[in-house]
Design a protein around this ligand. Sequence first.
Ligand code: ADP
Ligand code: MG
Length: 288
Amino acid sequence: MLTITDLTKSYGNNLALSSFTYSFDHGIYALLGPNGSGKSTLMNIVTQNLRSDKGDITLDGEPIGKLGAKYRQKLGFMPQYPGMYPAFSALDFLRYMSILKGLPRNKETEAQLDELLRAVELHEVRHHRIGSFSGGMKQRLALSQALIGDPEIVILDEPTAGLDPKQRIAIRNYIAGVALNKTVIIATHVVSDVEFIARDVIMLKKGVIADSGSPYEMTKKIEGLVWQTVVKPDEVQDMQKRFRVVNIQNGDEGVLLRILSDTAPTEASKTVVPSLEDYYLHVFGDIL
Ligand code: ADP
Ligand code: MG
């Protein structure tokens, strides 16, 4: 159990994280919030790459500062802007990271790196220079690096940034598969990355937890507040002024609008089953 209590961090006058308190057990936790909400700040503190101004972090009751190297060995981290070595090959980079993590240089380690490279579909290019990789390939290499040594806690900062839809799905399924007996924390502003894999979602708004709970609990809170209605193309602008429009879809019958509203936006509106994206807009609509 990773327990964070009252974690606070300012950059000058800018309060980036304020009294963040939360306990992480096994499973996937999503840290959702728009840019600047403090996700990376939290992750950099949890991974000891940044100092907090205040607060405590414990793993199974022990302060992580005391655990030192023992803690870092249990930790896998994919930073938002990973620094990689353009002259290294993918395999050499993973070997290097495995040494930094204190893994022995033996057959077992090699087999593990081999498996990781296959999992992120980089095995065929394992001897190619990282400098020649696309953004998506670098991203997948950074993810595989975070899983070296089968860490108990995996912290992923925007792991699907720069990936195409097929790669997103592949990475999402891969993360879900390895997460079973780990604590995985994923920071993202892409709701679909975590909607169906996260056990709990933490909505972070300007450094403060705006809400937390399972995706089911969250969507339940806006049941009856999500509407669908068809309007004429020239009515769309007016509807956008009057309501929080979540989605606009052109169709043969007119324009299909998805709207967040306490009451029916039009007479012909029908309520629909809320999604986590609807709830995200419900929480963050005022600052997006
Ligand atoms: P997120 O990862 O959710 O986009 P960040 O943790 O990167 O959020 O940023 C939170 C706030 O802290 C933002 O207002 C950002 O501008 C500020 N911030 C982040 N890193 C720094 C830094 N190194 N120096 C100054 N301000 C920073
Ligand atoms: Mg960030």
